[in-house]
Ligand binder design. Structure first.
Ligand code: PEP
Ligand code: MN
Length: 449
């Protein structure tokens, strides 16, 4: 017999919860949740506290947050090679930003837990067949069959397993020598005829010289050898996030140990809803996606619930307004929050307000439109006298063809070559680097202004 315990963070159960899977068997969900509660935490409270402090530094302009990874990770693609290339891409971008703007970069992957998706429709129709939507590998399968689309709670155990294996590899890569700044050259890949890679090569040479100089001068090189890399995902599946929430032995506080940084999506950010309630009871740094429809009062309500102590680094607003809206919609929010005075870290997601369908039928985004939103973000902050604290992007380390444009001038036809994403289009490796060079210029202007 299953005895249902309740936990101090369980008040979300009495509130409206949107975007949750409809499981056919509730008993099975409870059995799985109980199993998850007995598994070891995936991340540790001390690491979470470190990241919260860093996110607070970003709000003051003393650091810049780089968050990147897949829209939706899949179990099949959580392989060593793909994870390595994704980490490598983020490390390369971070090097470009750090070197270009002389600001420490806080590296956060959309990784090791980003397996569940909110959907704009509960169902998908193809021809005359209508089935439940694919909600990410943590919920159901992508294949368009009735069987595949049934929500299966056992997938929450697979989610835990894949997240654990990914984190293990990430820790090995970032602490075990692979991320050593003296290997900055080796991370480069691709053809040197490509202007972005050539530019990176030049930068790597300069960094090598600088590192050589520091070593010769006797500077302690431990900081060059290891990298702090954090994991983030959308805290969408409430049963999973609640089951991964634990009491910290140090001080009795609650931490969601499924990842370091957790965010609430645009579709689940109701201040009176279950997602905000659950995350209000944990100590992790929390992000909330903010679209062009948000009003100052919506932000204040989120601040009241999620950061009543006005603690730096606790709350990040990830704005995703669309390149055409940001110059009009972001300034009043920046002004209102500035007047209010409570600390908020502002991060730009230039992806989700800019999704279009190509003439060839692909869900895509254009590189220049994405950059236009990033530029609008920096301009709005400069004009408001507030701090652009970071960037949140969908990317992969692979040479996919999902986003239009970039130095390779990918066009509507070109999308056919290697379109692999499970949900939203991602910048490929080269487009990611190209973005880093452009953002480094914007960041340098912002920090020297
Ligand atoms: C996402 O980050 O993949 C996502 C669904 O974002 P949003 O909630 O901003 O639409
Ligand atoms: Mn997405």
């Amino acid at each position: 017999m299953i005895i249902d315990q309740t936990f101090p963070w369980d008040s979300w159960r009495n509130l409206p919860a949107s975007q949750q899977p409809q499981y056919p068997d509730e008993t099975h969900v409870r059995t799985v949740a109980q199993q998850l509660r007995s598994r070891p935490p995936l991340v540790f409270a001390g690491e979470v506290d470190d990241l919260r402090a860093l996110v607070g530094e970003a709000a003051r302009g003393n650091a810049f947050i780089l968050m990147g990874g897949d829209c939706a990770e899949t179990f099949a693609h959580s392989t060593a090679d793909r994870i390595r290339l994704k980490i490598q891409t983020i490390l390369q971008m971070a090097v470009v930003l750090t070197y270009g703007a002389s600001v420490p970069v806080v590296k956060v992957g959309r990784i090791a837990g980003q397996y569940a998706k909110p959907r704009s429709s509960d169902v998908e129709t193809r021809g005359n067949v209508t089935l439940p939507s694919y909600r990410g590998d943590a919920v159901n399968e992508r294949d368009f069959t009735a069987q595949a689309r049934v929500a299966n709670p056992a997938r929450l155990l697979d989610l835990y397993q894949h997240s654990a294996a990914s984190l293990n590899l990430i820790r090995a890569f970032t602490q075990g020598g692979y991320a050593d700044l003296r290997r900055v050259h080796e991370w480069n890949k691709g053809f040197m005829s490509n202007p972005t890679y050539k530019r990176y090569e030049r930068l790597a040479r300069e960094i090598n010289q600088a590192v050589g100089f520091m070593e010769a001068a006797g500077v302690d090189s431990e900081a060059l050898r290891v990298v702090d890399f954090y994991a983030s995902h959308e805290a969408l599946l409430l049963e999973y996030e609640a089951a991964m929430t634990r009491v910290d032995s140090r001080g009795g506080e609650h931490y969601d140990t499924s990842g370091h940084f957790l965010w609430i999506g645009e579709r689940t950010r109701d201040p009176k809803g279950a997602h905000v309630d659950l995350l209000s009871s944990v100590r992790n740094p929390v992000g909330v996606k903010i679209s062009h429809t948000a009003k100052p009062d919506d932000l204040f309500a989120l601040m009241d619930h999620l950061n009543p102590q006005a603690e730096p680094g606790r709350l990040t607003f990830i704005t995703r307004m669309g390149a055409g809206n940001i110059r009009e919609c972001l300034p009043p929010l920046l002004e209102a929050v500035k007047q209010d005075g409570r600390p908020v870290t502002w991060v730009c997601d230039p992806m989700h307000g800019n999704t279009i369908t190509s003439s060839t039928g692909y869900k895509t985004r254009s590189f220049e439109t994405i950059m236009k939103e990033v530029e609008g973000f920096f301009t709005a902050h400069r004009e408001a006298g507030t701090v652009p604290g970071g960037l949140h992007v969908e990317l992969t380390g692979d040479d996919v063809t999902e986003v239009l444009g970039g130095a390779a001038h990918l066009d509507d036809e070109g999308l056919r070559a290697r379109y692999e994403t499970a949900v939203d289009p991602r910048l490929n490796h080269q487009q990611s680097l190209e973005m880093a060079f452009r953002v480094a210029d914007l960041l340098r202007e912002a920090t020297t202004a």
